[in-house]
Design a protein around this ligand. Structure first.
Ligand code: MN3
Length: 199
């Protein structure tokens, strides 16, 4: 099916007091995400992928490994990644649900240790990419990082939390300070109820 740009689940200025400005969301959602949708639709038109779900397009093109599929993969995966990313943030959300806090503590030792590992993954991703909290195929929780548009679907994992560490995600608000962006993301922007709902 054709990709469509989802509306942000909040106003463009809803996260401004939390460290993500309206200007960032205007560029990031209205221009960058829209470009992945528009380019993806152009590339899949008339191919075997037209009519397939975005998830099937991502896993199918990734597993094919064909260079000719890479444009479709990149745009489909970035469309999916951003659609999740908007949902994973929110203004004035409640605290972390108990079940998620328990799972993070069991998996990483403490919530703070999870945040340290997640921040290190995001800061350590060389160039563009994403940091993730995933539920792996065996049910365990892991922190991972991926390059460019690669995401947990490629490895049969469930994405619980993802943070975009492409420069377009933080350069307006944090300039070159990616670690400060990651710290702010974890402390102020994450909608932990959405993360918990993905478990
Ligand atoms: Mn982005």
């Amino acid at each position: 099916m054709a990709f469509t740009l989802p509306d942000l689940p909040y106003a463009h200025d809803a996260l401004a007091d939390l460290g993500m400005s309206a200007e960032t969301l205007e560029f990031h959602h209205d221009i960058h995400h829209k470009a992945y949708v528009d380019n993806g639709n152009k590339l899949i038109a008339g191919t075997e992928w037209e009519g397939k779900s975005v998830e099937d397009i991502i896993t199918g093109t990734y597993q094919s490994g064909a260079v000719a599929q890479s444009g479709i993969f990149n745009n489909a995966s970035q469309h999916w990644n951003h659609a999740q990313f908007w949902e994973m943030m929110g203004p004035g959300t409640g605290g972390m649900p108990g079940a998620l806090e328990k799972a993070l503590t069991e998996s990483f030792g403490s919530v703070d240790k999870f945040k340290e590992e997640f921040s290190a993954a995001g800061a350590g991703q060389f160039g563009s990419g994403w940091a993730w909290l995933v539920k792996d195929k065996d049910g365990s929780l892991k922190v991972t990082k991926t390059e460019n548009g690669v995401n947990p679907l490629c490895f049969g994992q469930t994405a619980l939390l993802g943070c975009d560490v492409w420069e377009h995600s933080y350069y307006i608000d944090f300039r070159n300070k990616r670690p400060a962006y990651l710290s702010n993301f974890l402390e102020k922007l994450v909608n932990w109820e959405n993360v918990a709902s993905r478990m």
